[in-house]
Design a protein around this ligand. Structure first.
Ligand SMILES: NC(=O)C1=CN([C@@H]2O[C@H](COP(=O)(O)OP(=O)(O)OC[C@H]3O[C@@H](n4cnc5c(N)ncnc54)[C@H](OP(=O)(O)O)[C@@H]3O)[C@@H](O)[C@H]2O)C=CC1
Ligand SMILES: O=C(O)[C@@H]1CCC=N1
Length: 276
């Protein structure tokens, strides 16, 4: 379904915001309906010239006629940014979508003066290539049409999953928000190992990325359990079995649990540190 075009202002135009708005532009969203703000004038000039979106160095001005605001600055600067735009948004009441890790919807609502329709989203950077994965949570009081708009917006750049408990967004952060970095790290480690084993890096990288893509497509398209797909590669007493047993002996499963727990804990910790 074609989504309605609304005026969207991104506060912050860094890795995450630009992944979303570049993904939206690639999907045909009109550039004149998008505004982005940042601190660096050079960065803003570059965005205007390359993407033809509106840009501004003044957050309050940039939200003046916005239907939707996407808060995409680092959590540590969010309170200051909210203070800058609170008066304006209290008059115009746009839909507020935050992509910040940790920060709770009610905290943002309070920083913005209260009574706002706030949706929290945990997207990821593969949104840039239309392969994002976003978790979404809406404060009670957000209208169905506003939920629908946020869903359509993020669906343009990937998959969306709604959670009914806000705390689950910290788990989403541990899965898909931070998850691309885990996979990039695996690619990086496989390439290093391949070079150690004598393969030139460029050839190794091509094989690694295609293997990652193939594994994902196979899991998605067959719908088979990942554990079964893994077993299908493991011939008895074969090569894969040796590799998998090595991973198991070295504690890979425990390591993943620990890393994802640390990630979710950090999101909750940021909420406590910054939310007051
Ligand atoms: N990176 C990721 O994979 C993900 C990030 N997030 C969340 O997205 C948010 C942004 O992260 P990320 O994009 O990585 O960060 P970046 O550092 O890449 O981008 C931050 C952006 O905010 C701008 N900025 C800083 N201060 C202000 C201000 N006062 N007013 C307006 N703009 C300002 C910066 O401007 P300038 O460019 O001029 O420096 C920059 O464009 C965070 O809250 C993070 O938790 C969520 C999911 C995934
Ligand atoms: O590392 C971070 O804090 C952000 C949130 C999820 C991905 N990047």
């Amino acid at each position: 379904m074609e989504m309605p075009v609304k005026k969207i202002t991104f506060i912050g135009a860094g890795n995450m915001a630009s992944a979303i708005f570049k993904g939206m532009l690639a999907q045909g969203y009109p550039p004149e309906a998008i505004t982005a703000t940042a601190r660096e004038a050079d960065h803003l000039d570059n965005l205007r010239q390359t993407l033809q979106i509106h840009v501004s160095g003044d957050n309050a001005v940039a939200v003046a006629d916005a239907d939707v605001i996407v808060l995409a600055v680092k959590p540590q600067v969010m309170q200051a940014v909210c203070r800058e735009i609170a008066d304006q948004v209290c008059q115009t009441r746009p839909l507020i979508i935050s992509v910040a890790a940790g920060l709770q919807a009610e905290t943002l609502n309070a920083w913005l003066g209260g009574g706002h329709a706030v949706i929290r989203c945990m997207p990821n950077t593969p949104s840039l290539v239309g392969a994002g994965a976003s978790g979404l949570y809406a404060l009670p009081g957000v209208l169905p049409a506003q939920r629908e708009f946020a869903d359509q917006l993020l669906s343009r750049v990937g998959l969306t999953e709604w959670v009914e408990q806000e705390a689950l967004l910290d788990v989403v952060t541990a899965i898909s928000g931070s998850g691309p970095a885990y996979f990039f790290m695996i690619f990086e480690m496989m390439e290093k190992a391949a070079v150690e084993l004598g393969m030139p890096a460029a050839e190794a990288r091509r094989l690694i990325l295609q293997t990652g893509l193939g594994a994902v497509r196979m899991a998605q398209e067959t719908g088979e359990e990942p554990a079964q797909l893994k077993r299908n590669v493991m011939s008895p007493n074969g090569t894969t079995e040796r590799a998998i047993h090595t991973f198991e002996q070295e504690g890979m499963e425990v390591m993943f649990l620990k890393a994802m727990q640390a990630c979710a804990d950090r999101a909750a910790e940021m909420a406590r540190e910054l939310g007051g």
